[in-house]
Ligand binder design. Structure first.
Ligand SMILES: NC(=O)c1ccc[n+]([C@@H]2O[C@H](COP(=O)([O-])OP(=O)(O)OC[C@H]3O[C@@H](n4cnc5c(N)ncnc54)[C@H](OP(=O)(O)O)[C@@H]3O)[C@@H](O)[C@H]2O)c1
Length: 291
């Protein structure tokens, strides 16, 4: 199928599901929708979506079924009683959860005659279908290639391989960077605010820091893959002393210590393991295999 106006059943109409359904409606895809809270479909039905009265009706409408739910438990809650209505369906689950739960879901759906493609959406709802939006996918390649033209409409489709867990693994890894960085920003802002400085005044410096951060990880990725950490420029001992100063500054300011204490602990353990004169990327070894 190379037409991207494939009919779709869409289940899960939170902010993300609504944005996706609207993208497909604009493209002219026939869309059948179902949501636990039925009223969330009202506006979409007014815009051209077809409301399914039951989950079984929704599954009967099309071969391709997209799910956008809080987690994989919601999928079981919704599809648990669907029985044979799942047979022959390609279920693309765009919900967040752990990689292991996606593998279990693939088995669960296979036992009911359905194929699972897992997805991890790397865009906020307002950017769905726009430049820069992309989605990690994994699962059976044949099903993925069949439905790629349709899936590309919500964002670039980055297919990672047959293992269902891969899309979630990449998604969670990206969110790991995202959430931790946001907390680091909030913590740093609390630090300067403790001296009466506004968040706005600190902002350009934080932006500069975020903008240059990517240059640090290019060499780090190579060193991690090579398992070799030359430390001439910035070794773990020097960085660890700085981590200690951040904990001290945070304590003096009376703000939360959890995040800087966790970072300091990584350095402490690396130094205790004899990595003090190695480059800071050697922390990877400490994180990968906590003693
Ligand atoms: N929003 C974003 O910016 C964003 C960005 C990237 C990825 N994501 C991911 O996209 C997925 C959807 O996110 P969202 O923002 O649309 O909101 P959400 O609140 O996580 O998802 C809401 C949807 O899940 C349904 N749901 C939850 N638990 C259920 C259950 N036990 N039984 C039946 N339905 C259940 C809700 O039904 P009701 O309407 O009945 O409550 C609603 O349709 C999540 O996995 C999220 O991590 C979101």
């Amino acid at each position: 199928m190379n037409d991207n106006r494939h009919p779709i059943t869409f289940i899960g109409l939170g902010p993300m599901g609504q944005a996706m359904v609207r993208t497909y409606l604009r493209n002219g895809n026939p869309i059948t929708v179902w949501n636990r809270t039925a009223s969330r479909a009202d506006a979409l039905v007014a815009e051209g979506a077809i409301r399914a009265a039951t989950v079984r009706d929704a599954l009967a409408a099309t071969e391709l079924v997209l799910l956008s739910l809080t987690d994989y438990q919601a999928m079981y809650d919704i599809l648990g009683d669907a029985g044979e209505a799942l047979s022959g369906r390609v279920v693309v689950n765009l919900s967040s959860d752990t990689p292991q739960r996606t593998r279990e879901a693939a088995d669960w759906l296979a036992a009911r005659g359905a194929v699972l493609i897992t997805g991890g959406v790397m865009a906020p709802a307002e950017l769905v279908g726009k430049d820069g939006a992309y989605v990690f996918y994994s699962g059976p390649q044949e099903a993925m290639e069949t439905h790629r033209p349709t899936l590309e409409l919500i964002g670039r489709a980055d297919y990672l391989g047959e293992d269902h867990a891969l899309a979630q693994l990449f998604y969670q890894a990206q969110l790991d960077i995202f959430l931790t960085s946001l907390s680091a920003y909030m913590h740093a802002t609390a630090l300067v605010k403790s001296a009466g400085v506004s968040a706005q005044k600190f902002l350009p410096y934080a932006v500069d820091n975020f903008d240059t951060m990517s240059s640090f990880i290019v060499d780090a990725a190579r060193e991690i893959d090579e398992g070799d950490y030359p430390g001439e420029l910035a070794n773990a001992r020097m960085m660890g002393a700085t981590a200690d100063h951040i904990v001290g500054a945070s304590g003096d300011a009376g703000i939360d210590l959890a995040l800087p204490a966790a970072v300091k602990e990584h350095y402490d353990r690396a130094i205790a393991a004899g990595r003090g004169t190695q480059g800071w990327p050697s922390l990877f070894e400490t994180i990968r295999k906590p003693a």
